[in-house]
Design a protein around this ligand. Structure first.
Ligand SMILES: Cc1ncc(COP(=O)(O)O)c(C=O)c1O
Length: 453
């Protein structure tokens, strides 16, 4: 009985997998909102370094991981693949449940897989300072850790509701030398607009992105860094699925299902894209993205061109979206409160290669508690969405008497999110479900933009 499968450091993948090389239909291009024309790489250069822009548009199947990135990733990678025997036993399911533990990184989630790469490419490019946003604080802390590794300054705009809920994330950022302010902040035009109306405005990822982009464009030697959504972020995360493929082969298994939670789509992409490559080449495998009912981008949003941020500073991205003006309910899975979804993940849903499900906050905390009380590790509130889906599928396997192999991305631990468990355990958490009429109102304004094909 192998409770966990460990890859050697030598077996850690040395190249990322770029799914753009295998897509059945190419990704529609981002558009310039003023002209409706595709944007060119140099139009992104005020916000991103050219080496990352090249990755953003690359269709090369494999992209080598630079040595200096490998060196940092080896601080915690390869991550262990666990077989969740105790959860299986508790559920009485014949399913084999595997989870890839991305919570073992120094900041506690999958986010440093791309933070390290982005800090490295910025350093090589000559960037001195980065600006970014963060929801739950996982991304901000991951980038603070990465900037510290490569000697870059960092300013993080943290969605205020999470800033208040999760003070320890800010302290982590400061420990690694980053600066963190609640968003909307009075420091940018984009933030001031909301801050002056209401100094306790809960904020949203869309507003925080606008603030960070404005900071990058108006400050010296500064670039913007995004923790999800963009193609190069999905690319850097594929190391998760590539490792999992090797680890499952070591125990002689292949998944019937791959499951990940989806906020902007990066941990889901990380675990699933290498398996979607197999699916494109004929493997039968179910790939499921799990999201909150309070922010049901993939399950209820239309596939449209929309802005990545609230102040409409980004290009128009082809994605499932519930509208850039969306201000989410204050659920604890802060990292899943984004209005859009990665264009690559969105495209795969349009093409029927993946499916999506939504779960309510209370269902996901019940799932997280079951996991913590069987497997021991306390999951991040975001990760609980993947667990809820795994439990649903494991129960189905029991009803059908089928020995399904389920692979889940365990995207992060919840040790810094204990206040949300406290709220759940004391009966203070509520469910929020975004209604169709509200979504219809939020996306009405997008009708004036072209439709992605
Ligand atoms: C632990 C964890 N899981 C999932 C997510 C969602 O992001 P993504 O969809 O990019 O993986 C976040 C975002 O902050 C996170 O911290």
């Amino acid at each position: 009985m192998n409770r966990k499968t460990i890859l050697s450091e030598q077996d850690m993948p040395r190249a990322w997998y770029n799914i753009q090389a295998d897509l059945p239909n190419p990704l529609p291009p981002p558009l310039n909102p003023a002209t409706g024309e595709p944007i060119t790489p140099d139009m992104l250069s005020p916000i991103l370094p050219m080496n990352l822009i090249e990755q953003e548009v690359s269709t090369e199947r494999w992209i080598d991981i630079p040595d200096q990135v490998i060196e940092r990733l080896l601080m915690w990678r390869p991550t262990p693949l666990y077989r969740a025997y105790a959860l299986e036993k508790f559920l009485g399911t014949p399913a084999h449940i595997y989870f890839k533990n991305e919570g073992v990184s120094p900041p506690g989630s999958h986010k440093p897989n791309t933070a390290i790469a982005q800090a490295y490419y910025n350093k090589v490019f000559g960037t001195k300072r980065l600006a970014t946003e963060t929801g739950a604080g996982q991304w901000g802390s991951a980038l603070a850790f990465a900037c510290n590794q490569f000697g870059l300054e960092l300013k993080v705009y943290m969605v205020r509701v999470s800033f208040n809920q999760k003070p320890y994330r800010r302290i982590m950022m400061e420990t690694w030398g980053g600066k963190c302010v609640p968003s909307p902040s009075p420091d940018t035009n984009a933030g001031r607009k909301y801050f002056e109306q209401n100094a306790e405005h809960p904020g949203s990822l869309g507003i925080a992105i606008s603030e960070a982009i404005e900071d990058a464009v108006t400050s010296k030697d500064t670039k913007y860094s995004l923790g999800s959504v963009l193609n190069h972020v999905m690319l850097h995360q594929t190391i998760i699925g590539l490792e999992a493929q090797k680890q499952l082969a070591m125990v002689g298994e292949y998944p019937d299902m791959v499951i990940g939670c989806a906020g902007g789509g990066s941990n889901f992409a990380g675990i699933s894209f290498p398996f979607i490559r197999d699916k494109i080449h004929g493997k039968e495998i179910k790939i499921i993205a799990s999201e909150p009912t309070s922010c049901p981008t993939l399950t209820k949003g239309p596939y449209v061109y929309d802005f990545g941020d609230t102040a409409q500073t980004t290009p128009l991205l082809p994605m499932y979206s519930i509208g850039h003006d969306f201000v989410p309910a204050p659920i604890h899975a802060g990292g899943l409160r984004y209005h859009g979804m990665a264009p690559l993940v969105s495209r795969l849903l349009v093409d029927g290669l993946i499916e999506a499900r939504a779960y309510s906050q209370l269902e996901t905390f019940a799932a997280g508690l079951m996991f913590a009380r069987t497997e021991g590790f306390i999951p991040a509130p975001e990760t609980n969405h993947a667990i809820a889906c795994v439990i649903e599928e494991a129960r189905k396997a029991k009803e059908e008497g089928k020995e399904k192999v389920i692979l889940m991305n365990w995207s992060g631990h919840g040790v810094i999110d204990l206040s949300s468990y406290d709220a759940y355990l004391s009966g203070k958490l509520e469910d929020y479900a975004l209604q169709d009429e509200e979504i219809a109102k939020l996306v009405k304004d997008l009708e004036k933009y072209p439709k992605p094909r």
